[in-house]
Design a protein around this ligand. Structure first.
Ligand code: AMP
Ligand code: ZN
Length: 136
């Protein structure tokens, strides 16, 4: 797709620190390096987000995520990972070419924070469940 920065990396039109590549996808270092080794896995074809990508490509990408995470664990001694994808602006997506972040973790104060609010006292679990499953 024209003017897509990740399509340009996938086509080798602009440089990236590529650590894995095959016909379907690619893994390269995120410029921001939230933590050392912060990597993005992208499909070579353009899909805007996770709900657009076909299941075969997605399954293959997850195998590559696992392979790269293992490499980061071995080479950088990461002790854990946050593996996330942001979909649409509301969730913080800034590049609209599907990508999966692999964020290596070294300790709990290493620069990345995944903070989940505990709303268990306020949320109506039954109501939410019924809406999701179509009972309501
Ligand atoms: P998101 O906010 O989930 O859309 O993530 C987009 C990510 O792409 C950010 O973490 C950026 O640092 C990263 N990024 C943007 N441009 C480049 C680039 N040319 N090479 C590597 N990473 C990039
Ligand atoms: Zn693209």
């Amino acid at each position: 797709m024209d003017n897509c920065i990740f399509c340009k990396i996938a086509n080798h039109e602009i440089p990236g620190k590529i650590i894995y590549e095959d016909d379907i996808c690619m893994a390269f270092l995120d410029l921001s390096q939230t933590t050392d080794g912060h990597t993005l896995v992208i499909p070579k074809n353009h899909y805007a987000h996770i709900l657009e990508v076909d299941s075969q490509t997605l399954a293959h990408m997850m195998e590559v995520v696992q392979k790269v995470a293992l490499q980061l664990q071995n080479q950088l001694h990461a002790k854990g990972f946050n593996i996330i994808t942001n979909m649409n602006e509301v969730a913080g997506q800034t590049v609209h070419h599907f990508h999966i972040h692999i964020i290596p973790r070294y300790d709990q104060h290493d620069g990345f924070e995944a903070h989940y609010l505990d709303r268990s006292q306020d949320a109506n679990l039954d109501d939410i469940y019924q809406k999701i499953t179509g009972l309501k």
